[in-house]
Design a protein around this ligand. Structure first.
Ligand SMILES: NC(=O)c1ccc[n+]([C@@H]2O[C@H](COP(=O)([O-])OP(=O)(O)OC[C@H]3O[C@@H](n4cnc5c(N)ncnc54)[C@H](O)[C@@H]3O)[C@@H](O)[C@H]2O)c1
Length: 508
């Protein structure tokens, strides 16, 4: 019998009254559902009910709901003292401690108590839905319902089908998610589900770039937040979440994917975790927090541009146009010849290739050559890239020139894909592979990432904006230079790039 969420006798059960359980109870009650809550620690359940009452009261004070609705929502919450209390619940969401033994014992109890067609859902963040379902008598009624912390503020919920989950069970939970005023997305069981898989790309790639001495930590944070529009730089974000949370999750996803190189962790992150430099919670991470707030180092001043002639390579038509426009506006002394004069500063605008490869391929004097990332971030923060032969006077001239209109610029060392091209392409590639494996559809992948990670775009929108062909070039250049299968492009990306299609285009 199908579960009708509109029936007056529909009751949702929630197991675990910790950080997540209480948030789930709050959004369910606020969404008009009756909820029963159980925790082995009864004091925890009472505390949760008081907490939720306070939160609902605060929402009423802020005008987000009426006083009457807040008190009605509180009235819909009931604490039960044993799992037997769930006998009349048609759906139970388990949000107990992340331990498979604890969770399996709970499911065994529930199977003996709940109706044959009742649904058991888990809020696990890292365990396989299929594995958790396997000891159940009826694994087809078991499903993942992954909320994000803090639940009332994070609208996303991932509804995850295990291998044996019945389709209508997932459909019911999608509807339940909407009734709880959430934005549900549907995905198939996979390590890290959707959001936690994509989230690996951002910070691991940034750590790889930093490990290669390309740019320091504050500059990487500046480039990605100011240049590419991420709300937080990767290292500020790692400090906020804590390396003890992020790094083990990365290692787990890497292992669960049988050592897929795209998820390979970075040794620098493990070393810092073991050194206890966990982030805000320990007062010291990538930044110092001993004063209670992040000490973000001030940026050094910029040298002035002294009128040196500038020659911009025409090898990349769009990059040449974009950079020429800016240099002209700044009043740079532009050369227009087919090749640079003997003392000109040489600027190249590679997509994917590092400056060394670009200078050698184009027969340019590397001592005077720098790269500028024109694909991402000319408007708000610029990235300039040297090569091992670049002379300091040309680096300084380029730095002075490209900050001449008040836009800031960071100078990094040679690296395929600069910073933004490489990190956005990595995120896009992971998103494309999720689509290729059928874990979720393109729209749901993007929706999940924007809502769950607060990125300015989802992975496929990022790719369409940069151009799938450009993303393919960046990944191929990284793959060529490092010979590391970590950068191999997903077939989803390659085919759409080669056919000139959008990354949202599905095959029949
Ligand atoms: N905290 C997060 O950011 C987050 C995000 C998404 C998902 N999750 C997942 O949600 C679940 C809960 O996480 P949390 O952060 O709320 O943990 P928590 O430690 O805050 O709360 C867990 C609660 O479960 C209770 N519990 C333990 N064994 C129980 C049992 N047998 N029966 C009933 N209650 C039991 C504990 O007493 C505790 O109150 C975990 O599976 C976790 O992976 C957590």
């Amino acid at each position: 019998m199908a579960i009708n969420l509109d029936n007056d006798d529909f009751i949702l059960g929630v197991i675990g009254a910790g950080a997540m359980g209480r948030g789930i109870v709050q959004v369910a009650a606020a969404g008009g559902l009756r909820v029963k809550l159980f925790d082995v620690n009864q004091a925890q359940s009472q505390d949760a009910v008081e907490f939720v009452g306070k939160m609902l009261g605060r929402a009423a004070e802020k005008g987000q709901m009426t006083e009457a609705d807040a008190s009605a929502a509180s009235g819909r919450i009931e604490v039960v003292e044993a799992t037997q209390g769930f006998a009349d619940c048609q759906i139970v969401i388990e949000a107990a401690t992340e331990n498979p033994d604890i969770k399996n014992k709970i499911y065994e109890d529930l199977e003996g108590i709940m109706a044959e067609d009742a649904i058991i859902a888990t809020n696990t963040s890292s365990l396989s839905i299929t594995t958790l379902a396997s000891p159940l008598k009826k694994p087809e009624r078991f499903v993942g319902m992954h909320f994000f912390n803090p639940v009332p503020l994070m609208r996303l919920v991932e509804v995850i089908d295990g291998v044996r989950t019945a389709a209508e069970v997932g459909d019911t939970l999608m509807e339940l998610g909407r009734r709880m005023t959430r934005e549900p997305v549907r995905c198939q069981d996979a390590p890290g589900f959707l959001v936690n898989q994509v989230g690996r790309g951002y910070n691991i790639e940034a750590a790889h770039i930093n490990s290669e001495q390309v740019a320091d930590i504050p500059d990487l944070d500046r480039i990605l937040s100011e240049g590419a529009g991420f709300r937080m730089g990767p290292f500020t974000l790692l400090d906020l979440t804590g390396l003890d949370v992020t790094h083990p999750a990365t290692e787990l996803i890497y292992r669960q994917f049988y050592e897929e190189p795209r998820f390979r962790p970075n040794v620098m992150l493990r070393a810092r975790m073991e050194a206890g430099m966990l982030g805000r919670k320990t007062g010291h991470g990538f930044y110092d927090y001993s004063s209670g707030k992040q000490e973000f180092p001030a940026e050094a001043g910029y040298p002035a541009y002294d009128g040196l002639p500038i020659w911009i390579s025409k090898a990349e038509d769009e990059g040449h146009k974009a950079l020429t426009e800016i240099v002209s506006k700044i009043g740079g002394n532009l050369e227009t010849g087919e090749s640079p004069s003997s003392d000109a500063l040489i600027l190249v605008t590679p997509i994917g290739d590092d400056v060394t490869t670009t200078a050698v391929d184009q027969g340019l004097d590397p001592a005077r050559t720098l790269g500028v990332d024109t694909l991402v971030g000319l408007a708000t923060r610029r990235t300039l890239m040297t090569n091992p032969a670049t002379k300091a006077e040309f680096r300084d001239a380029a730095h002075g020139l490209l900050t001449g209109d008040g836009v800031k610029a960071s100078v990094i060392r040679d690296c395929p894909g600069f910073v933004c091209q490489r990190i956005i392409s990595t995120i896009c590639n992971i998103g494309c592979q999720i689509a290729q494996l059928g874990t979720a559809g393109p729209e749901d992948i993007d929706k999940a990432v924007v809502l769950g990670l607060n990125y300015p775009n989802g992975p496929l929108t990022f790719g369409d904006q940069l151009g799938p062909k450009n993303v393919l070039r960046v990944l191929e250049a990284c793959h060529r230079l490092y010979g590391d299968p970590r950068y191999r492009p997903s077939p989803w990306l390659r085919r759409r790039a080669e056919l000139g299609l959008s990354l949202f285009d599905k095959e029949i």
